[in-house]
Structure formats: structure tokens, C-alpha cells
Design a protein around this ligand. Structure first.
Ligand code: CDP
Ligand code: CDP
Length: 224
């Protein structure tokens, strides 16, 4: 499968990875991997079962046996549609804690590789370009100021009917940035050769156009 093109889009929380990746995948007719959802599913599963968030062995087992299925835009854990539940801030925060555990990352490794299918894949997360698909022909590091990201997350949460508080969100994002960037395993950083795109003052459409532009340039050079 190493000849199947992959576009990796990594970056901090609420930088727009999901939104941009989804649209780029749609435009190119590629598959889409939301790797963060896998960490969120593991966290949700642990929260529901009352698993200790420090119990690396138990969490890795949960991750390995995740009864997950993707149906269109919907994500199921067993028969349960958890598409909305995994987006709660508490779940994201717990996901970021368990994502620092090597055995959990190892348990989710193979599952992520399986998403590389013809005609191509757009993969979003923290370590898509650095660890999971290091030979991807196009790697993007999407970022934005913490204020812009908190503002985006606020609007998203309110729109989905969750309650949100701007001060708490800023604190939460800073904590999560810190944890994701400083962990020992697969820390958040631009992959070698990644294009860095700061979208603080960009619209979604502008960001999507930039990524598609980079991809088109690679095609022209016959790199993909
Ligand atoms: O949407 P948001 O960026 O807040 O989070 P997400 O992409 O859904 O990921 C949730 C958490 O999972 C992040 O805070 C990361 O700690 C972790 N994660 C990771 O470690 N590696 C990935 N490839 C994706 C997510
Ligand atoms: O996946 P990640 O956590 O990086 O971000 P997301 O879930 O895609 O959320 C980003 C939010 O910011 C969405 O509601 C987008 O509409 C909005 N947004 C963006 O993604 N990019 C911009 N340049 C401007 C706004």
C-alpha cells in the first residue's frame, strides 16, 4: 500500500484539521482517517466502564478490542452511535491523557494503517506525518493562535448544544497543547518536510484551497 498517496494533516486542537481534512478528502475522492476519534473512543469507553485512566495495560486492551465501526459521518461503539458523545470536552481531555501512554498508541497503530486504501487517504491527528505515515508525499502542519482556536471551539460546542465557557476553554486548550507537545512518545510537532499553515486569519475555504494547491503542485511534478 506504500504507493497509495496519503496527505497528513497534523496540528493542535481546534486548528481546523478535521474540517479541512474532510473537505480535502471529499474534493479528491479520498478516504479520511480521523485518528483523534480513535483516542476519543478509547477514552469514552474507559470513562463508561470506569477504567482507571492511569491503567496503561487495561486501556491498551480497550483500544485493541474497540468495537468501532464507521458508517458515513457516524461513528459506532458496538451498536451505540457515539458521534456526538465523543466530541464532549471531557472526552477530548481524557483522550489527550491516555494518548501519552505508549501501549495505547501501539494498540491503535495497525488500525490506523488499515485506512490507507486506493485511491488515497487524508489522515488527521498529531503524529500522522511523524509516526504513522512518515512516507506520505504531502504533510501539512495546520496551526492557529490559541485565541482563534478557543473561539472556534466555543462556537462549535455551542452549536452542538454543549455548554462552554471561554476562560475554561482557553485554559483547557493551553493544557492540552502543553501535554501533546511535551509528551515523550509521538509529541506534536511538524513532521520533516511538512508545510506549516497558520490559519489564524484564514477561512476554511482558503485553507482547503492551499492544501489542494500543494497537492496539485506535487501531481504536476509527478511526485504523486
Ligand atoms: O479535535 P481535537 O484536536 O481537540 O482532538 P482530536 O484530534 O480529536 O484528538 C483528541 C486527543 O487525542 C488529542 O488531544 C491528542 O492528545 C490525542 N491524539 C493523539 O495523541 N494522536 C493523534 N494522532 C490524534 C489524537
Ligand atoms: O480537528 P480540529 O480540532 O483541529 O478542528 P475542527 O474540529 O475542524 O474545528 C475547527 C472549527 O474552526 C470548525 O468549526 C471550523 O469551521 C472552524 N474554522 C476552521 O476550521 N478553519 C478556519 N480557517 C476557520 C474556522
Amino acid at each position: 500500500t506504500s504507493h497509495i498517496p496519503v496527505i497528513t494533516i497534523d496540528g493542535p486542537t481546534a486548528s481546523g484539521k478535521g474540517t479541512v481534512s474532510h473537505l480535502v478528502a471529499e474534493k479528491l475522492g479520498f478516504h479520511y482517517l480521523d485518528s483523534g476519534a480513535l483516542y476519543r473512543l478509547t477514552a469514552l469507553s474507559a470513562l463508561r466502564k470506569g477504567t482507571d485512566l492511569h491503567d496503561e495495560h487495561a486501556l491498551a486492551k480497550l483500544a485493541r478490542d474497540l468495537p468501532v465501526s464507521f458508517k458515513g459521518e457516524h461513528i459506532f461503539l458496538g451498536a451505540d452511535d457515539v458521534s456526538a458523545a465523543i466530541r464532549a470536552e471531557e472526552v477530548g481531555n481524557s483522550a489527550s491523557k491516555i494518548a501519552a501512554l505508549p501501549a495505547v498508541r501501539q494498540a491503535l497503530y495497525g488500525l490506523q494503517l488499515d485506512f490507507r486504501k486506493a485511491p488515497g487517504l487524508v489522515a488527521d491527528g498529531r503524529d500522522m506525518g511523524t509516526v504513522i505515515f512518515p512516507n506520505a508525499p504531502l504533510k501539512v502542519f495546520l496551526t492557529a493562535s490559541v485565541e482563534a482556536r478557543a473561539d472556534r471551539r466555543y462556537k462549535q460546542l455551542i452549536g452542538k448544544g454543549f455548554s462552554a465557557n471561554m476562560d475554561d476553554l482557553l485554559k483547557d486548550l493551553r493544557e492540552r497543547d502543553e501535554r501533546d507537545a511535551n509528551r515523550k512518545i509521538a509529541p506534536l510537532k511538524p513532521a520533516e518536510g511538512a508545510y506549516v499553515l497558520d490559519t489564524s486569519n484564514m477561512t476554511v475555504d482558503e485553507a482547503v484551497a492551499q492544501v489542494l494547491g500543494w497537492y496539485a503542485a506535487l501531481k504536476k511534478q509527478h511526485v504523486v
